[in-house]
Write a protein that binds this ligand. Structure first.
Ligand SMILES: [Zn+2]
Length: 356
């Protein structure tokens, strides 16, 4: 158990064996022996390890509860393995804390619904028109209408998806990942990304869940999931209402405004305009080339779309505390906060308020 947890914590920290060894004044070989389960650190070295890796020493002896399976990375071509390792470690830690928190809830209370797809989705998705239809159907099943979805994270969490926001620095090289933890679908997005990219990743991963087993062979799954994501975030009806049925040219500012209304990138809107034939394929291609030249593909102009966050975990820690399923020190531990700070935050900064 110790060896496995040490490897995980080290990878999550982004340190190599030799860097870690240097930090705590041991040989790389000593670390290697710990990681191969051939040796155990003394209590002094254990303390150094936990300090250096930013975990409590109990961390190394907690059984690994969760397993992330069926991982799909949405990454740019060159995401370094080291970054992926760090993300993986962070995700496993957060997922483990989720599992621990939910176990404090009594069986009669289900604070998070089990994820379930609507019953009457079509069995087959064969054409691009079918993709538009199934995205519209998801919106109607979930009572979203044709308006912008204000908060994608909240919307998906309320349907039972586990959303994990990772703080690992990712530059431009990572879009997100999806997997499964004991039957619960998990989607991971980065807190460092603009909201429109987070939202597209979330919608894309929902696409995989919705389209799984329904796609006809001649449709490429990744392309189809991207199409689904665009159609979910900006339905055909909505984009036609805003831009008109046929256009000979579109002002960039129109795309910019629509981006901020619907939380979807200008580039994705351009693709939508082509998909629903508001503009011709050749016009779409021209704009694409222009976007490229302006470097708007790497960073879109002017204000970014605001970032989304998840509050559910925090809310459920406080709910468990309020209901007496856990005490204050457990709550502080679950939120990775020193008890004194937790106590202050619990009282909203007013230290003298007494609610007991
Ligand atoms: Zn995908």
């Amino acid at each position: 158990m110790f060896a496995e947890r040490l490897i995980r914590a080290r990878k999550a920290s982004g340190m190599s064996m030799s860097t870690l060894a240097k930090e705590i004044g041991l040989s790389a070989n000593a670390i290697k022996k710990y990681e191969h389960g051939e040796n155990m650190p003394s209590s002094g070295n254990l303390l150094k390890l936990s300090k250096s890796l930013g975990v409590r020493s109990e961390y190394f002896f907690r059984p690994t509860k969760v397993k992330l399976s069926g991982i799909e990375y949405r990454k740019r071509a060159s995401t370094p393995q080291k970054t992926l390792d760090r993300i993986n470690g962070d995700v496993l830690d957060q997922a483990e804390q989720w599992t621990e928190l939910l176990e404090f809830y009594p069986d009669s209370v289900r604070p998070v619904p089990k994820f379930k797809l609507p019953n009457n989705l079509p069995e087959k998705v064969k054409t691009t028109e079918d993709i538009e239809l199934i995205a519209d159907q998801m919106r109607s099943e979930w009572n979203l209408g044709f308006n912008p979805i204000p908060d994608m994270i909240d919307t998906l969490e309320s349907k039972g998806l586990m959303i994990i926001c990772t703080h690992v620095e990712v530059d431009n090289k990572f879009d997100g990942l999806a997997g499964d933890i004991e039957g619960t679908p998990v989607v991971v997005v980065s807190v460092h990304q603009p909201g429109d990219r987070q939202r597209f990743t979330l919608a894309h991963e929902l696409g995989h869940l919705v389209l799984n087993g329904r796609l006809s062979k001649d449709l490429d799954e990744e392309t189809t999931c991207n199409h689904f994501a665009g159609a979910l975030l900006l339905p055909k009806k909505a984009i036609i209402d805003h831009l008109g049925e046929k256009r000979r040219a579109i002002e960039p500012r129109e795309l910019y405004m629509l981006k901020h209304e619907f939380g979807i990138s200008m580039m994705a809107i351009l693709f939508r305009a082509g998909q629903v034939e508001i503009i011709s394929q050749s016009l779409q291609k021209n704009y694409y080339i222009q976007f490229n030249k302006l470097r708007w593909r790497t960073e879109e102009p002017s204000e970014p779309y605001p970032n989304e966050q998840t509050f559910l975990y925090q809310q459920l820690v406080y709910r468990a505390l309020g209901e007496g399923y856990i005490g204050e020190s457990k709550a502080a531990e679950l939120l990775k906060m020193p008890l004194t700070r937790f106590h202050k935050e619990r009282k909203l900064g007013t230290m003298n308020a007494n609610t007991h």
